[in-house]
Ligand binder design. Structure first.
Ligand SMILES: [Zn+2]
Length: 144
């Protein structure tokens, strides 16, 4: 089974997996509340991370009067900025997803309309498809 370790960095810790009540409606009110909570917490964490980096860069930029030091510093900053850029995009995606929940359109595959499923959504709350189409290799494994 291809498991993507990378995904783990982005996952949300500290949440009890959702316990479905027998016969419960998929994406009924309690389920939507559960994912709203997860997404809001995730977003908060990301925003804190962005703030922290900006502060840290302000502090450090002042401490390198030597041009050579500054150059390597800038390189490091640009890497961090790229990471922050990814986080900002993720925050946008989270906002969009929260809107979907509000519109009661969350949890169904955007391309084929099936239920994405609680387990998969907990692993990847912003998932909007029932499978990941990016990984061709992993798709092959799934189909065998
Ligand atoms: Zn699908």
């Amino acid at each position: 089974m291809p498991t993507q370790a990378k995904q783990q960095n982005q996952s949300i810790s500290g949440f009890e997996p959702y316990k479905e009540v027998k016969g419960e409606e998929y994406m009924g009110k309690p389920m939507r509340a559960h994912f709203t909570k997860i997404l809001n917490k995730w977003k908060q964490d990301l925003m804190q991370e962005v703030d922290r980096t900006v502060d840290h860069m302000k502090d450090e930029a002042a401490n390198f009067p030597d041009p050579a030091d500054r150059a390597s510093q800038e390189e490091e900053f640009s890497l961090e900025l790229r990471a922050r850029d990814r986080e900002r995009k993720l925050i946008k995606k989270i906002d969009k997803t929260l809107q979907l929940i509000e519109d009661e359109e969350y949890g169904w595959c955007e391309s084929c309309g099936v239920e994405i499923g609680v387990k998969r959504l907990e692993a990847r709350p912003t998932a909007d498809m029932c499978v990941d189409y990016q990984g061709k290799a992993s798709r092959q494994v799934i189909s065998t």
